[in-house]
Design a binder for this molecule. Structure first.
Ligand code: PRP
Length: 190
């Protein structure tokens, strides 16, 4: 196996994206996701999990998380939209796609790529809670507490991150950069 291959790919990507600084490498992210999976597997022993990924940003994290979990579970998605185009939140949540699985009486674990203002997660936890699950918890890969506007309890957290605009590993800027294997800081143009 060529262990330099992933890194080489990243370097190529970085060379063509000069405004990006790596915050967490793909390897560091994998280690964090593996640790989260071990914690979750332990907590949900003997229970049938329903993971609810929040589109679009969580799709990469969710895909890695379920493979590290490697236990019987179900996967569903909700598509919420909180950001307008560009960097600033519109502050308004729209349920673009509601969950299709039955949530009632299920052990639900919401999977988010980032908790920023907290508006999206707070909305979703309340939205799901109204559907009377057996339990509902939140797993977030990254948390930006300096931006919090509403309180959110994160049950499983990968990284606390600084108040920088992050892209990669599912996170986007105007739909760009989601494919990057690293999480990078997008530098201000100014
Ligand atoms: C991002 C992210 C979270 C939300 C967090 O989604 O995936 O769902 O913002 O922000 P908040 O804590 O300030 O509410 P976004 O609406 O950018 O859409 P995306 O997942 O398609 O990138």
């Amino acid at each position: 196996m060529d262990r330099s291959r992933g890194r080489g790919y990243n370097l190529l990507a970085m060379e063509s994206q000069p405004g990006l600084d790596v915050l967490f490498t793909g390897g560091e992210i994998q280690a964090a996701v593996k640790k989260l999976a071990a914690e979750i597997r332990e907590d949900y022993q003997g229970r049938q999990l329903l993971l609810v990924g929040v589109l679009k940003g969580s799709f990469v994290f969710l895909a890695d998380l379920v493979r590290f979990l490697n236990i019987p579970l179900e996967i569903d998605f909700v598509w919420l939209s909180s950001y307008s185009r560009g960097r600033e939140s519109s502050g308004r949540i729209e349920v673009v796609l509601p969950p299709r699985c039955q949530v009632k009486d299920r052990d639900v674990l919401v999977v988010e790529d980032i908790v920023d203002s907290g508006v999206t997660s707070a909305f979703l936890m309340e939205y799901l809670d109204k559907k009377k699950p057996a339990s509902v918890r939140l797993c977030a890969l990254t948390d930006k507490p300096s931006r919090r506007q509403v309180p959110v309890k994160i049950d499983y957290l990968g990284f606390t991150v600084p108040d920088k605009f992050l892209v990669g590993y599912g996170l986007d800027w105007d739909e760009k950069f989601r494919y990057l294997p690293d999480i990078c800081v997008l530098e201000d143009e100014g």
